[in-house]
Ligand binder design. Structure first.
Ligand code: F6R
Length: 616
């Protein structure tokens, strides 16, 4: 949430700042801005709306300079105005800052600084920090031979409560950027005679693949040819340089209209990658290289806690169903944001697993830290290699789904669900699941990419259905058992990208309240599988029909429905129960996507949202 780019080097900074911002725009798109330091002082450009607005402004009034910082904003403190857009300049004109995070004690800071004569021109928390840095700089002109710029930032940060990833410029230190993080991700990209700062590696795609991940409480002084990292307590940090792989083509839209569409259609590949090399030689169970927990220890586990936010939380719900069914281990699912403050009692043999596509969601990170603080082993399922969550857990499974740029999660979700199924299989086989059941399970998993492709092949049909439903303002998504989380996920997808009110419910729960919503103005989408509760779900559909509600059904192709019961039927291939949630997710995603397109919505950048939620 909020994207930061900094550049210092031999080239024109604004080119790289803009390029990086475009790649980070998914982190927030309320406004964008950049500051470049020139011999005459700061050149500042800030625009509300997209990075393209900033790019147009910079094109018409170029900002030459070899050092600069830029920002794409997801508003927290203060409305979406140019004055609140970053960078912010200290009122004495010495410092410029971009910030991702929330300064919780900014009001006290601001009062203090107002008394000291500093002035404010925005409603942001960030402006308090840049003025506090200026205050420390002015207060201590001598620093015993230490870099005064670094020291002022360091001292100011000691007073900050909250989270930050910052990049700061100082007029008196024209070839340097100071960057620091606590709770918000930040990396240093090392180039040849040039270095960059960025919120994540995608922003570096054109420049370098050598990065240093800053840790919480660390502060870096970066110039074109050097970098030095210390802690906010002024201790030297030995940095580790990581080589990262960034396939530029993965960030290109190609022939697709939106990243969401591209990512929906990438699912067969993403699912294939999630499984690659992860089955035992006898194809009867899964294996994972990075769990860092041996089978003996896993057998002692008598409870699993799954923690996540949003779509990843829905992946937890499916995983709960699968682990309980196939491994017979009790599972509890918690919203990460609730878990971290709830102090829920955990049995000593509990395994904690967090799921996060970005690996940066602050609530999930806080939940994992809370669990670790209590002495629990924490595993993660995450997509972004080297993300904060990936680095802080005891072990885990990378999704290898490739970068997910569309704000609405699609391929990351199904890959999380598939990995959840593989974990259920692995744990099941460590307990009571037979060899032959294991083999059947593995066979089913291996078929998933092809079955997903089959559903993608009927996208035109789903598009045609979407056209008929695009004008509705209310929707119910209903499913039972392993389809209930998919109903929740379908409702979330529709509301976040189409702004249509949608609710997900267990189909049978509907009559305890939500059925009151059913009318000719509120269609219901049922997710139906064959099996013992098929006839019960049929009754639930009848109840909606009786109240003049339109009914869309997504059902396994072996399910048969009485004439006239279903208005629109989307058939999906029958398959093993463990992979049904993945297969059923595809039409749900496509339907939401096409409805959003029909409504003229900005699918990849829905209002008020951002990918990677790094504020509480
Ligand atoms: C919705 C969506 C969000 C994320 C949530 C957690 O489509 O993408 O609900 O799932 O913000 O994000 P991660 O998985 O990055 O922790």
């Amino acid at each position: 949430m909020c994207g930061i780019v900094g550049y210092v080097g031999a080239h024109n900074a604004s080119d790289y700042l803009l390029d990086g911002l475009k790649r980070l725009e998914y982190r927030g798109y309320d406004s964008a801005g950049m500051a470049v330091l020139t011999p005459d002082g700061y050149r500042l450009a800030r625009k509300t709306g997209r990075v393209s607005n900033l790019a147009t402004a910079v094109q018409s009034a170029p900002m030459p300079g070899r050092v600069g910082i830029s920002h794409t904003r997801w508003a927290t403190h203060g409305g979406v105005t140019e004055a609140n857009a970053h960078p912010h300049i200290s009122s004495d004109g010495v410092f410029a800052i971009v910030h991702n995070g929330v300064i919780e004690n900014y009001a006290n800071m601001k009062n203090f600084l107002l008394q000291k004569g500093y002035t404010f021109s925005s409603q942001t928390d960030t402006e308090a920090l840049v003025n506090l840095i200026a205050y420390h700089y002015a207060k201590e002109p001598e620093n015993n031979g230490k870099n005064r710029f670094v020291e002022s930032v360091r001292k100011a940060l000691l007073h900050v409560q909250g989270t930050y990833g910052i990049a700061v410029l100082c007029k008196d230190h024209p070839g340097e950027i100071v960057a620091a993080r606590k709770g918000s991700p930040l990396i240093i990209g090392l180039g040849d005679n040039e270095n960059l700062i960025a919120s994540d590696a995608s922003a570096l795609a054109l420049k370098t693949s050598r990065v240093i991940y800053l840790k919480d409480g660390e502060l870096a002084l970066v110039s074109d040819r050097s970098h030095r990292v210390i802690t906010t307590d002024d201790e030297t940090v030995q940095t580790v340089v990581h080589q990262i792989e960034i396939g530029l083509e993965e960030y290109e839209l190609g022939d697709f209209r939106h990243y969401m569409e591209k990512e929906i259609f990438e699912q067969p590949t993403a699912l294939h990658n999630a499984m690659r090399g992860r089955f035992s030689d006898d194809s009867s169970t899964a294996r994972f290289g990075g769990l860092n927990i041996d089978p003996h220890e896993l057998r002692q586990i008598d409870r699993i806690l799954l923690c996540a936010c949003g779509t990843a939380w829905h992946a937890c719900l499916v995983t709960e169903y699968l682990i309980e069914k196939y491994a017979r281990i009790p599972v509890e699912v918690e919203y990460a944001s609730e878990f971290r403050y709830r102090n829920s009692p955990l049995d000593k043999n509990t395994l904690v697993v967090v799921i996060s596509q970005s690996g940066e969601t602050i609530d999930t990170l806080a939940a994992l830290r809370e669990a670790k603080r209590k002495g629990f082993k924490v595993m993660a399922i995450t997509n972004v290699v080297g993300s904060t969550i990936a680095r802080e857990v005891d072990g885990g499974v990378y999704q290898h789904a490739g970068p997910e740029i569309g704000v609405a999660s699609t391929k990351a979700f199904t890959s999380q669900v598939l990995i959840g199924a593989m974990i259920a299989l692995y744990l099941g086989r460590l307990r009571d699941m037979s060899y032959s059941d294991g083999v059947a399970f593995v066979e089913a998993l291996k078929m998933t990419p092809d079955l997903v492709s089959e559903v993608l092949n009927i996208s035109d049909k789903i598009h045609a259905i979407a056209k008929n439903y695009a004008h509705y303002e209310d929707f119910l998504f209903l499913g039972r058992q392993n389809m209930f989380p998919i109903a929740l996920e379908g409702a979330l997808k529709l509301k976040e990208i189409s702004y249509v009110h949608a609710e997900g419910y267990p189909a049978a729960e509907m009559k305890h309240g939500p059925i009151a919503l059913v009318s000719e103005k509120c269609p219901s989408l049922f997710l139906v599988t064959d099996g013992e509760i098929f006839s019960k779900t049929l009754s639930n559909i009848q109840e909606v029909k009786a109240r003049k509600g339109k009914v869309i059904v997504i059902a396994s192709d072996c399910c048969e429905f009485p004439d006239g019961l279903v208005d629109d039927l989307i058939q999906i291939p029958s398959c093993h129960d463990a992979i049904q949630p993945v297969i059923a997710s595809i039409p749900v995603q496509l339907l939401s996507y096409y409805i959003a397109v029909e409504r003229g919505c900005d699918v990849d950048k829905p209002r008020n949202l951002a990918k990677s939620v790094t504020v509480e």
